[in-house]
Design a protein around this ligand. Structure first.
Ligand code: ADP
Ligand code: MG
Length: 500
């Protein structure tokens, strides 16, 4: 196999922190090479070096066997390296074609648009892509935006395509579709680097896999001959297995949801009379196929969306239906939202600011106009330590620099710092690797064992079965069936797809 891209002995540090230590990596034309590792392993940093976003401190980059100097994204492009980042870099009011034109300046606007349109359509046809090229990209789904990013790179002439955690933002079905497309891109002779932390994807879709841990390459292997336990061992350094640990002590109701109805922003009634109760000392899991009202339920419970009718009571006595998020927090509700970046953290603010915001509003650090910043920094350091948030060099570091798992740990550290009575966790381990998921699950069990009621909304049936003491199946906007642990996976599976 011709080596398309080779990274040899690449090192990179940030403020004295070694993110990459003498890393080697190579990908060949026609190959899908998976780059696997936990959050914070250094995968994105390594690929950002190849894409010209970071200058390495040491090491060499070779394209087609010859050393090249990649000093910026334009050099990378000239070397036919294209990368699709975890956070898309699209201009939302512009159409897909305009976005692609923007990254590929040629001639006048109208001539460029015409030329590009023809080229884009050719790629779409070859890859079976369905994209609305003339709508503002801000109005398109995440999966469509991702296809536009891929088109942008391919139209730009990339023969080495790097996809950074492309499936982290997609549903299972969309992921499947994307990964099949990735195969056909490789089949046309492109070298593909698939960055992921999902073992299943590697086994099913990659020709080779390189595992990174702690800024080093651990091994490169053939996914057809290496076993899942072996790979897991390489990723985490030791085996992680989770086992169910049912509640020992279930008490009275803490959260009662009655006949809740709610609509999406487009008016569609997504919640059609959901009723359930979460008790002290239990994890109540809501299982369901995505799009059955889970998102609307979570938003209404957080207080960021108003219900059409129904009521929400906390601890049997207080009705909170009309309260905003802040009042709900004050009454003991904590939220671990599915979309960390929209509702969970403010990336531009520091780790300390993100950690302390709820406490400041609750008056925990003195009056809001004279907050005790020393106390905030100390509390942040303690929480970072207690919740094992990795990659924090100090309380002043920007939250946006945290990897997915560590961002989630920071949200959890903040939400659990007030000893909540009820915890709403929506897809809390989505996008996290095995060890970070296990840590998040552990925290939910600890809260439950301390007497909190935990509401777990998840499309991942394995996660529900692992954690829930009771399960409600959400189907077309209501709870259509309930089960108590130990649950029968097949019975739940049938309830998930039953349309009666
Ligand atoms: P991965 O993609 O494998 O999850 P990253 O490459 O994003 O990991 O991060 C590796 C380490 O480098 C992490 O500890 C992360 O916090 C750190 N890091 C990444 N980018 C920066 C940056 N621009 N400044 C400081 N630290 C960074
Ligand atoms: Mg990354």
């Amino acid at each position: 196999m011709t080596p398309a891209l080779e990274l040899i002995g690449i090192s990179k540090s940030f403020d004295g922190f070694m993110a990459l230590s003498a890393v080697d990596f190579a990908v060949g034309y026609g190959e899908v090479h998976a780059l696997l590792g936990e959050n914070g392993a250094g995968k994105s940093t390594l690929m950002n070096v190849a894409a010209g976003l970071y200058a390495p401190d040491a090491g060499q980059i070779r394209i087609n066997g010859a050393p090249v100097a990649i000093r910026g994204p334009l050099d990378a492009k000239a070397a036919s390296v294209g990368m699709v980042h975890q956070h898309f870099k699209l201009v939302r009011p512009f159409t897909a074609l305009e976005n692609i034109l923007l990254s590929d300046r040629r001639g006048s606007y109208s001539r460029g648009l015409k030329e590009i349109a023809a080229e884009v359509r050719r790629h779409c046809e070859a890859l079976g892509f369905e994209v609305d090229l003339d709508k503002p990209v801000g109005m398109l789904s995440i999966a469509e935006q991702q296809r536009i990013e891929i088109l942008k790179v391919l139209v730009g002439g990339a023969r080495i395509l790097i996809l950074d955690e492309p499936t982290a933002v997609l549903s299972d079905q969309e992921s499947d579709r994307l990964l099949r497309t990735v195969r056909s891109i490789a089949a046309r002779g492109t070298a593909v680097v698939l960055v992921t932390h999902k073992l299943g994807e590697v086994i099913a879709h990659a020709d080779r896999v390189t595992v990174m841990r702690g800024g080093r390459t651990i091994a490169t292997a053939d996914p057809r001959t290496v076993s899942i336990p072996e790979l897991t061992q390489m990723i985490v350094g030791s085996a992680v297995t989770e086992v169910p640990a049912p509640s020992q002590n279930i008490g009275g109701p803490l959260l009662t949801v009655a006949e809740l109805r709610g609509a999406r922003s487009d008016g569609h009634v997504a919640l059609s009379g959901a009723s359930f109760t979460v008790r002290s000392g239990e994890i109540y899991g809501i299982a369901g196929v995505g799009g059955n009202g889970q998102t609307e339920l979570a938003e209404i419970l957080m207080g960021v969306r108003r219900p059409l009718s129904g009521r929400i009571d906390l601890a049997g006595a207080d009705e909170v239906t009309a309260d905003g998020p802040q009042q709900r927090r004050a009454r003991g509700l904590a939220f671990i939202p599915a979309d960390r970046h929209t509702w969970g953290l403010a990336g531009g603010l520091s780790v300390a600011e993100n950690f302390a915001v709820a406490g400041v509003l609750a008056g925990k650090y003195g009056s809001p106009i004279r907050v005790d910043t020393g106390a905030i920094r100390a509390a942040t350091r303690d929480a970072v330590e207690a919740f094992d948030v990795q990659g924090v060099r100090g309380p002043g570091q920007k939250a946006a620099l945290l990897s997915g798992g560590n961002a989630q740990k920071l949200v959890i550290a903040r939400e659990f710092s007030g000893s909540p009575r009820v915890v709403l966790a929506h897809s809390p381990s989505r996008g996290l690797d095995v060890r970070a998921s296990a840590a998040v699950h552990d925290r939910l069990r600890t809260a439950r064992d301390a007497g909190a009621g935990v509401l777990l909304i998840s499309e991942d049936l394995d996660e529900i079965l692992l954690l829930a003491d009771r399960v409600g199946v959400m189907n077309r906007g209501k709870i259509s069936a309930e089960f108590a642990a130990p649950c029968d996976r097949h019975a739940i599976g049938r309830a998930l797809v039953h349309h009666g």
